[in-house]
Design a protein around this ligand. Structure first.
Ligand code: DSN
Length: 416
């Protein structure tokens, strides 16, 4: 990327930006929530819309000069409606957490009850963690995955809903490798007379492409982020039926946010346009096929894959059975030295701390964007296992790093 204007003003930042470009080119991004957007999305996000205030919504703004802001936001909304089949879409949330906040602000009062999946079992901070505003403002009860199978324990969810009488049930997860049974959770919500929020942050792209069942039209509210399995740049989105449009619009602005980030909304519009092309479905299918290949490789090499595989873009590994003295951070750090960037993650039944947990989470969205197929992904899986088994052996880590560099060179990024 050319940062000549930045360099004239601020060489330190220009160096950091160039450094980040190089880092992304020369490492394999396997953090399950990361991806590489197109140059078109980057350009839209770097546009002059960053200068524009557009508080309000298209056709009804608190500022003059919103003609093009309106056009861009309407395009983003229309494309999102087409992609996910939603009646109502709000593209203004700055992130997935802000999208969730929009729903909570619209539908709950402080003290209301949230029933959600525990963080260490794959949930998210914004689903009621004590360190998050949701854990501080609302009364939270949590369900878990079945420790034997690694799948959502739907029966215990039903039981908790009966006992706790929640106002909202949150489904959709950050570290859950299996397809979610939205209808089953909706039935629980109906029986409890509770709202159902499906947070599809991780699988927005898979749902849009039809490779994961959709909660749109099932759950009352669907939230997501726009930069994980869909490559539309950093941000959030809310979908619902028209019935809740007014409350959700008010909750996002002015309830929880000020001026929308119009340059990011332009990125969303462009990324959604790309996702409406037929090749996006192939991309999503390959992302899942690559994740399955990765899970199979890990299992064949003796690692414990939580739930025994994956239906989506991520694989969760519990290191304790195969490498009891090795922590997730040991592995994360050695892999980073080898040029493979993924994250340490808690696993169901976690016995260590959240900062230095017992597992790792690996995702295939970014590798797939770079053109990795199943064979190449299997090789990456084998390299990861080599590092796990030899995380404190610099010679092995260095050998793996050499091979990772070759793989990066064979799958170039932002070179055209
Ligand atoms: N932090 C994101 C993730 O990595 O899953 C979720 O917000």
């Amino acid at each position: 990327m050319d940062y000549s204007h930045v360099r004239d003003v601020d060489p330190a930042v220009a160096d950091a930006l160039s450094g980040e470009d190089e880092r992304q080119r020369n490492t394999l991004a396997m953090i399950a929530s990361e991806n590489h957007v197109s140059r078109a999305v980057l350009e839209a996000q770097g546009s002059t819309l960053t200068n524009k205030y557009a508080e309000g919504y298209p056709g009804s703004r608190y500022y003059a000069g919103c003609e093009y802001a309106d056009e861009v936001e309407n395009l983003a909304i229309d494309r999102a409606k087409e992609l996910w089949g939603a009646e109502y879409v709000n593209v203004q949330p700055h992130s997935g957490t802000q999208a969730n906040m929009g729903v909570y602000l619209a539908m709950l009062e402080p003290g209301d009850k949230i029933l959600s999946l525990e963080l260490s079992h794959g949930g998210h901070l914004s689903h009621g963690h004590p360190a998050n505003f949701t854990g501080q403002l609302y009364d939270v009860e949590q369900y878990k995955v079945d420790p034997e199978t690694g799948y959502i324990d739907y029966e215990s969810l039903e039981q908790k809903a009966e006992e706790f009488d929640p106002d909202i049930i949150v489904s959709g997860y950050s570290a859950y490798p299996r397809a979610v049974e939205w209808e089953r959770i909706q039935d629980v919500a109906d029986d409890a007379d509770a709202y159902h929020l499906a947070d599809i942050a991780h699988i927005t792209g898979l749902v849009a492409a039809g490779v994961h069942p959709s909660p749109v039209g099932v759950a009352d509210f669907v939230t997501g982020s726009t930069h994980k399995t869909i490559r539309a740049g950093r941000g959030g989105i809310i979908m619902s039926s028209e019935e809740h449009a007014d409350a959700l619009d008010k909750a996002v602005f002015p309830g929880g946010q000020g001026g929308p980030l119009m340059h990011n909304i332009a990125g969303k519009a462009v990324g959604f346009r790309e996702a409406l092309r037929p090749e996006f479905e192939e991309y999503a299918e390959r992302t899942v096929a690559n994740a399955k290949a990765l899970a199979e490789t890990f299992e064949a090499e003796g690692l414990e894959v939580v739930s025994g595989g994956t239906d989506n873009h991520l694989v969760l590994v519990d290191l304790r059975p195969s490498n009891p003295d090795t922590t997730g951070k040991d592995v994360e750090s050695a892999l980073e030295d080898a040029g493979i960037v993924l994250n340490a993650n808690t696993v169901p039944g976690e016995t260590r701390s959240a900062f230095n947990p017992s597992g790792i989470r690996a995702g295939t969205p970014a590798l797939t964007t770079r053109g990795f197929d199943e064979e190449a992904t299997r090789e990456v899986g084998e390299l990861i296992v080599r590092v796990i088994d030899n995380y404190d052996d610099d010679a092995v880590v260095s050998e793996v790093a050499d091979r990772v560099q070759e793989l990066c060179d064979d799958h170039p990024l932002y070179e055209e």
